[in-house]
Design a protein around this ligand. Structure first.
Ligand code: FAD
Length: 448
């Protein structure tokens, strides 16, 4: 049965059964009688999918190998029966994310922008717009960001040895102001500012994502639209890469089931924490290996409550709280939906609290947080949907973060090894974002 693009984006699933029969899958290279170049792409997250899409369009044959039984990686959207889309992974892009925005346009997807203004409960309840860090701390922070952009690489390396938290306190910022910054930034990093390199955070702050655009149909609509548009691509599912050999002008990849796939080049989008469990021949160079081991994957846990009534008292509600529930927000994506959707994001150590709690306990944590945030606490919960706590070891539950001592890791991780090129969010300047994952795919494809 033929399925149209819009039907696929709406209904299709990103598994082997879901994508079989799509126009571009399992095709032999078109438009040329000569032997075609084959490029092997490792990992079927958004970075691997975009790399396959770009390569396939130029007539190159692509073999895409994915460890799990679905494509999309850290992008996963669940359609709720109310017509709302729940993003269990990436949810927002920023208006200034140029690569993502232009791809969304190219693929004919629609977006909705919204304003983010959050309340805060930190000791006491503070309404959106009434809280910020002190002007003295803001001034210090601005100076540090400027200073970091001007110092040379030796000085940057020294700064990288210190945590952002300790350095900021040393520079005169107050613990309370840092706690407020931590609410904001740990939502993005999935980790505390205490554990991140001062140099990395200060470079990120120059262009910090604000996350104010959603794709209609959820972020998975982007992955699905890419899958639907793939050309010349053969996908191997549920079969992790276990070894990668290169020699005599070719790359040979072996999977867990014993399949051997050969190509003239390879793009690896495999997250850094999995790189060292693959056998590479020749071996990964020392710097790359050390960088992969230095990276810390953060933890981001999401829960959505479908409610009979909205508990919030204002439009576009969102709030940071110092409770286990972390960040709460109006996560509804359907404007006239009868059911309301409350989203919760818990990061860092709070991930464990939520991931090990029963649904009833999660609701209780959320109820307590709402009470502190002066919102209605009586919740009539219709359904609940959470991140899978039994996440596959292949798909990180957060993003690549850089602790003190990580200087130069991104540069080492993206450095090609002869015919093997590296991509994925952990190799991107805007790491930890869909934008970064897409931009890294463009870079790797241009190198092939
Ligand atoms: C909960 C959460 C919320 C987020 N929110 C946002 C957001 O709002 N906005 C935003 O821009 N970004 C967000 N991010 C970050 C964003 O999701 C990632 O930056 C992006 O999706 C990473 O894409 P990737 O292709 O680099 O990696 P992945 O999506 O991790 O893809 C890598 C793929 O490689 C596969 N793989 C691993 N090992 C092997 C192996 N041995 N063999 C074969 N395949 C293998 C994995 O199964 C996976 O499919 C969020 C991330 C999380 C976890």
């Amino acid at each position: 049965m033929e399925i149209s693009r819009s039907e696929f984006i709406k209904l299709g699933i990103l598994t082997a059964a879901g994508i079989s029969g799509l126009p571009g899958m399992n095709l032999r290279a078109q438009g040329s009688s000569g032997p075609q170049k084959t490029v092997i792409v490792l990992g079927g997250g958004i970075s691997g999918l975009y790399a396959a899409y770009l390569l396939g369009k130029t007539g190159i044959k692509v073999k895409l190998i994915e460890a799990t039984d679905r494509l999309g990686g850290r992008i996963r959207t669940v359609a709720d029966s109310s017509g709302n889309f729940l993003d269990l992974g990436a949810e927002w892009i920023q208006a200034e994310h140029r690569t993502a925005k232009s791809l969304v346009r190219e693929l004919g997807l629609k977006t909705t922008d919204f304003e983010v203004q959050s309340d805060l409960f930190f000791g006491s309840y503070q309404k959106a717009g009434t809280w910020e860090i002190s002007s003295k701390s803001q001034e210090i922070l601005n100076k540090l960001v400027q200073m970091n952009s001007k110092i040379n690489s030796v000085q940057q390396q020294e700064l990288d040895r210190i945590s952002f938290y300790n350095f900021s306190i040393y520079q005169g910022m107050t613990p309370d102001d840092l706690a407020i910054l931590n609410f904001k930034y740990s939502l993005y990093y999935g980790d505390s500012l205490r554990s991140l390199s001062a140099q990395k955070v200060l470079s990120d702050l120059i262009n910090f994502p604000k996350y104010n655009t959603r794709i209609e149909g959820g972020m998975e609509a982007l992955a699905k639209a890419l899958v639907f548009s793939l050309e010349n691509t053969e996908t191997i599912f549920a079969d992790p890469v276990v070894s990668v050999f290169q020699g005599e002008g070719k790359v040979s990849v072996t999977t867990g089931s014993g399949k051997k796939i050969e190509g003239s080049a390879c793009i690896s989008t495999i997250p850094a924490n999995q790189l060292t469990s693959i056998q590479w021949d020749p071996e990964l160079d020392k710097e790359k290996k050390l960088s992969a081991l230095r990276i810390r994957y953060s933890r981001i846990y999401k829960t959505f409550l479908m409610l009979r009534e909205a508990p919030w008292t204002r439009e576009n509600f969102s709030a940071y709280s110092d409770s286990a529930a972390g960040f709460l927000y109006d996560a509804g994506t359907k404007s006239n939906s009868e059911d309301k959707v409350l989203g919760m994001i818990s990061t860092g150590d709070r991930y464990d609290v939520m991931a090990t709690s029963t649904d009833a306990l999660k609701v209780e944590y959320i109820r307590l947080a709402l009470e502190r945030l002066s919102q209605k606490k009586d919740l009539q919960v219709l359904r609940i949907q959470s991140s899978e706590s039994s996440h596959s070891k292949y798909v990180p539950s957060g993003i690549a973060t850089f602790p003190p001592g990580s200087y130069g890791s991104i540069i080492s991780l993206l450095k090609p090894m002869d015919r093997i090129f590296f991509a994925g969010e952990h190799t991107a300047e805007l790491n930890g974002t869909v934008e970064g994952a897409l931009a890294s795919a463009i870079r790797a494809v241009n190198q092939v």
